[in-house]
Design a protein around this ligand. Structure first.
Ligand SMILES: Cc1cc2nc3c(=O)[nH]c(=O)nc-3n(C[C@H](O)[C@H](O)[C@H](O)COP(=O)(O)O)c2cc1C
Length: 200
């Protein structure tokens, strides 16, 4: 990476900036303000994207939860490099983040799992995520089976957990008229961040 000589320390740590923009997206009335596109790398080295919901932004990184046996779960296990993109059309903003994925502790995954609705918890057991499904009825049968099995509490399945994306590079994008957008990138250099603008 070529660092321009006008690169400087960012005005705010990028994680604070993302938190502020996400709050503003929530207040603006976006329907899915926490939805983010997550790209991982297939075992053939090809990029694969899908949306997941961001469940936390902190110094630990950007958090989401999923099924560890899913396609993405297997991809992450063999290559933890990933890229995330948020888009908030009402505010005309985009954020891109690149880095490495690290699995959360079982305790953290468990405490988040317990906040989910009963049906979402049952769904985590019933859905063999990313595997071929013979019919919708088969899925609904599995939901019934697990509902009978777990009459009261639904424990977190071992195959369900969360990941933090630990960022090494960010890009913030604020749209403007005439495509004269503001773009600035923030890269990690040793333990510090350096920021510079990009042509739109
Ligand atoms: C708005 C939106 C949010 C989603 N959130 C999640 C999520 O948080 N976790 C998840 O595993 N799948 C989520 N999904 C489903 C994924 O996009 C995807 O279909 C699923 O995880 C299987 O992906 P895979 O086969 O690449 O592993 C979401 C889909 C949409 C459209």
């Amino acid at each position: 990476m070529n660092i321009p000589d006008f690169a400087e320390k960012p005005l705010h740590p990028p994680v604070e900036w993302l938190g502020k923009w996400m709050n503003e997206a929530k207040e603006s009335g976006e329907i899915e303000p926490t939805a983010m596109s997550l790209s991982t790398i297939s075992k053939h080295g090809a990029p694969r994207s899908r949306f997941v919901l961001c469940k936390g932004v902190s110094e630990n990184g950007i958090l989401f939860f999923t099924n560890l046996n899913s396609s993405k779960g297997n991809e992450i296990a063999s290559d933890p490099r990933a890229s995330i993109a948020f888009h908030w059309p009402i505010l005309n903003r985009q954020v891109r983040i690149e880095g490495l994925l690290k699995m959360t502790s079982d305790e953290d995954a468990d405490s988040y799992f317990q906040t989910r609705s009963r049906l979402s918890k049952i769904g985590a057991w019933a859905s063999n995520q990313s595997q071929p499904l013979e019919s919708r009825e088969r899925l609904l049968e599995a939901v019934d089976d697990y509902s009978s099995k777990f009459i009261n509490d639904v424990p977190k399945p071992n195959h369900w957990s969360g990941f933090h994306l630990q960022p090494s590079a960010w890009e913030f994008w604020q749209g403007h008229e005439g495509r004269l957008h503001d773009r600035w990138t923030i890269h990690k250099l040793d333990d510090d961040w350096l920021s510079w603008r990009l042509y739109p």
